[in-house]
Design a protein around this ligand. Structure first.
Ligand code: HEM
Length: 508
């Protein structure tokens, strides 16, 4: 562009008008931001609570933490600096006192916070995790509970055995060839296969064939979508129309939903075998024991199954990865665990029975300690007060968002002395048991606690026992603490997405 045309553009009245509109808009935004900051700092009901300066005036503070995978770390640091009740958003308080856990999550004065849980919807519908209305949630939970009961899991147990055996057989073959193994993807495939099988009555075969399933890219597209939706809620409706990476994520979730609905339709037509689907499908070809009063549409069932997959596959996979990380950094613990397992399970290569696993103190201590030190649901579970109330002796005005994050509560020094250290032996001592139980909440508590706990405990117990019964293992020297940093996106996983091990089959 020449100098002459630049000058004439500057003199164009339309350009002049547009520039004035932009400047006016900017001034308006500035005035509005300043007024809202002044209100937050000097007039807001939470003005007297301490907190990071940016957090006191804007949700940007926590949103930035989200995008860096460090939100829980930042909140934890804020508790260290400002105390046990911190203002982490203009209208949000974080609590670090274990006494506050039940006061919040067992109380009917608090309901799930809207923007956070609305963003967690999968494709335009509510499902168990995202419901805010306690009555609607209770009804849905009742419908799904039997599918997740211990009896249902016992019925499903042989399917877990088959998958664990397939995975460990592949690993055995690699040890014979002398290779190191990055177990990260394998363990995620196992988590995916297990929940997919329970939810959709089909074994997708990732561990059997040692490869990803075709829907996995769509399945993984959901996580970025909920972060985008939290930032910009209109994306829930219009995200699929956005070009590029952002839109691709929304389109991926849409494809996954269609895929899931097709499977449900087939299941209705052909009948189902897994205890979970039997409970939710009530059709002429469905089981006699399905609740006759309630029937869900294919779309609702698909959302529940997809929700179960998001809740249940990465969480157990990540926990097992950290079980390996914890144990293999402490060879003495691994050795004692192997002794316990050898005494309980004479057959090295059979997958251990769950009921026997529940009676093995060190095995259960290892799992508890990993869920404590490396909680996969690491972040705040936000709730909104529907009336004025009191939490841990602190007055909380109606409308305030409150929450507790497992990352902080699980590092409580009174309940867990020397809390940074992964130390399963703390669970074997009688002393301090009540304090530990109060502050240990990896599955949350109250009516919204994890519905998949029976499956998670079964999978983790059997997998950990089968692994340490079969292998002597060590961590590859290339792995660092930074690789294993808990990267927080509501649920956490190792930042490097890898764990490289060397395995050797045990002698007997
Ligand atoms: C180590 C494994 C697991 C951990 C640590 C875990 C943790 C949690 C936590 C903390 C919550 C409460 C979330 C909130 O209030 O926002 C939750 C809810 C939930 N979890 Fe899990 N979970 C695990 C495994 C599973 C499995 C295996 C499934 C299903 C296959 C599952 C399905 C769900 C569902 C559907 C909810 C929503 C429950 C409701 O709102 O009524 N989770 N989980």
């Amino acid at each position: 562009m020449t100098i002459m045309s630049t000058v004439s553009l500057a003199q164009d009245p339309r350009v002049d008008f547009a520039l004035k509109i932009c400047a006016g808009g900017l001034v308006l935004i500035l005035v509005q931001t300043t007024l809202s900051a002044v209100y937050s700092l000097f007039f807001h009901p939470l003005r007297s609570f301490p907190g990071p300066p940016l957090a006191r005036i804007s949700r940007l503070w926590s949103r930035l933490g989200n995008f860096q995978g460090r939100k829980s770390e930042r909140i934890h640091e804020a508790h260290r600096k400002y105390g046990s009740v911190v203002r982490v958003g203009p209208n949000e308080l974080s609590f670090a006192d274990p006494g506050a856990v039940r006061a919040i999550y067992n109380s009917d004065v608090f309901i799930k916070e809207e923007s956070f849980y609305r963003a967690k919807r999968i494709f335009h519908e509510d499902f168990l995790l995202s419901y805010r209305d306690p009555k609607a949630h209770k009804q849905r939970r009742k419908l799904l509970s039997r599918g997740f009961s211990q009896a249902s899991m016992n019925e499903f147990e042989p399917n877990i055995d088959t998958k664990i055996t397939a995975m460990l057989d592949h690993w055995t073959a690699k040890t014979v060839q002398g290779h190191s193994i990055d177990v990260f993807s394998w363990v995620h495939w196992l988590g995916f296969d297990t929940v997919y099988h329970l939810m959709f009555d089909v074994d997708p075969g990732c561990v059997k064939y040692g490869r990803s399933h075709e829907v996995m890219p769509y399945f993984y597209a959901w996580k970025p979508t909920y972060m985008f939706k939290e930032f910009l809620p209109v994306l829930e409706r219009w995200g699929v129309l956005v070009p590029g990476y952002v839109g691709n994520c929304f389109r991926g979730v849409n494809k996954w939903k269609k895929y899931a609905m097709d499977i449900i339709q087939d299941c209705r037509a052909t009948g189902v075998n897994t205890p979970f689907l039997r409970q939710v499908i009530s059709s002429p070809t469905g089981p006699k024991d399905a609740d006759p009063g309630v029937s869900l549409t294919n779309s609702q069932i698909a959302e529940e199954c997809m929700g179960g997959m998001f809740g249940g596959s990465g969480t157990t996979a990540t926990t097992f990865i950290y079980i390996l990380w914890g144990c293999l950094q402490k060879p003495e613990v691994s050795r004692r665990l192997q002794e316990e397992l050898r005494a309980a399970f004479p057959d090295r290569d059979a997958v251990p029975d769950y009921r026997v696993c529940t009676g093995l103190p060190l095995l259960q201590a290892v799992i508890n300690e990993t869920l404590r030190r490396y909680p996969t649901i690491i972040a705040t579970l936000p709730r909104t007060a529907i009336q004025d109330t009191v939490v841990a002796n602190v007055a909380v005005p109606k409308g305030t968002i409150v929450g507790i994050q497992n990352y902080t509560i699980h590092l409580n020094e009174q309940a867990f002395p020397n809390a940074e250290e992964w130390d399963p032996d703390r669970w074997l001592a009688k002393e301090g048991e009540d304090q530990r139980r109060e502050a240990w909440v990896p599955f949350s508590v109250g009516p919204r606690k994890c519905i998949g706990i029976n499956l998670a405990q079964m999978e983790l117990s059997k997998l950990t026992a089968a692994f340490f019964r079969r292998f002597d293992a060590s961590i590859d020297s290339s792995m660092t603490q930074d690789d294993m940093r808990l990267y927080d996106t509501f649920n956490a996983s190792p930042a490097s997405k890898k764990l490289v091990l060397h395995l050797k089959q045990c002698a007997d």
